[in-house]
Design a protein around this ligand. Structure first.
Ligand code: 5GP
Length: 290
């Protein structure tokens, strides 16, 4: 290696100023990670455009997360085969992907946010509970993607992201779903990046999904809490499904058949709550976050 270039006094003080500004900026970003304002994803995005952040050491970034000290950060980096002195700019694409997924897996330990999965038979009232929980502010409620057509009162980006079959397949191939499942002839999936972002920011996250998807979440994220919403009785469920009026008779019959199978899955769940009163269910779910 050749000798370092000889700098004029002006060049030297400009370099010192730049270095001190970069350190200040890195400290600012780390503080935002600590406060839960920035997720790892956000920092990785900033690093793509900002030299000062691209030069941040990966170990410093990890240690800015609540609950991660030197030992946990170095164990995680060792597992992902990231060298101890690696800076963000030096991470490969594969390492970035693994880092994101590891941070998501351990996000319960890293942040005060919890992942609650609300499931149960179609027609039991999951979406009413989820809609109510959106307004209380206790949960960030995930918006799923689906290939089914919107119902008259539904809005894209609010109730669902309504996407084509091809686009859904593309997202499956690109591994963009935390879980996905086929239900009554359509596909439904939870976009992982938004859930990851919310968990890493310390929010309590609620997924309102059908049973196969709930099982997938449990297998990926063992610390998630699976809640099964049960109807007060079978008759009550039938009357709710029949009263819907938005489905064709054939679709309703399919949903009843499915609901029967779904009710048998309650034992797989961490907790069963009877939906006899929406407000009571909402209170119980909020209680699970404390
Ligand atoms: P609907 O078509 O009536 O809105 O929903 C049908 C079923 O799909 C419901 O049981 C609902 O909970 C479930 N669902 C909605 N979003 C998702 C998702 O992202 N993943 C899975 N697995 N199920 C979902």
């Amino acid at each position: 290696m050749g000798a370092p270039p000889i700098l004029t006094p002006e060049q030297r003080s400009a370099a010192l100023l730049k270095a001190s500004q970069s350190r200040k900026r890195r400290a600012e970003v780390k503080l935002k990670v600590k406060n839960g304002e920035f997720s790892i994803d956000t920092v990785l995005e900033i690093a793509a455009n900002e030299d000062a952040i691209a030069k941040m050491r990966v170990s410093d970034l990890l240690q800015a997360l609540t609950g991660v000290g030197k030992i946990r950060a170095s164990a995680l980096m060792q597992r992902l085969r990231i060298s101890p002195t690696r800076r963000i700019a030096g991470l490969g694409r594969h390492q970035i992907k693994e880092l994101r997924s590891e941070c998501m897996k351990s996000s319960h330990a890293l942040t005060p946010g919890k992942l609650l999965v609300l499931s149960g038979p179609g027609g039991v009232g999951k979406s009413t509970v989820a809609t109510r929980l959106r307004t209380t502010g206790d949960f960030w409620v995930s918006v799923s993607a689906t290939t089914r057509s919107p119902r008259p009162n539904e809005h894209d980006g609010v109730d669902y992201f309504f996407i084509t079959d091809d686009e859904f397949s593309r997202r499956v191939r690109a591994d963009e779903f935390l879980e996905w499942a086929q239900f009554a002839g359509s596909r439904y999936g939870t976009p992982s990046s938004a859930v990851e972002e919310a968990l890493l920011a310390g929010r309590n996250v609620l997924l309102e999904i059908e049973i196969e998807g709930a099982k997938q979440v449990k297998s990926h994220l063992g610390q998630s809490l699976l809640v099964f919403l049960q109807p007060p009785s079978w008759e009550e469920l039938v009357s709710r499904l029949e009263g819907r009026g938005t489905d064709s008779p054939q679709r309703r019959a399919e949903r009843l058949q499915l609901a029967q199978e779904e009710l048998a899955a309650a034992s797989f769940f961490d907790l069963v709550i009877v939906n006899d009163h929406v407000e009571r269910v909402v209170e119980q779910l909020i209680g699970l976050t404390s």
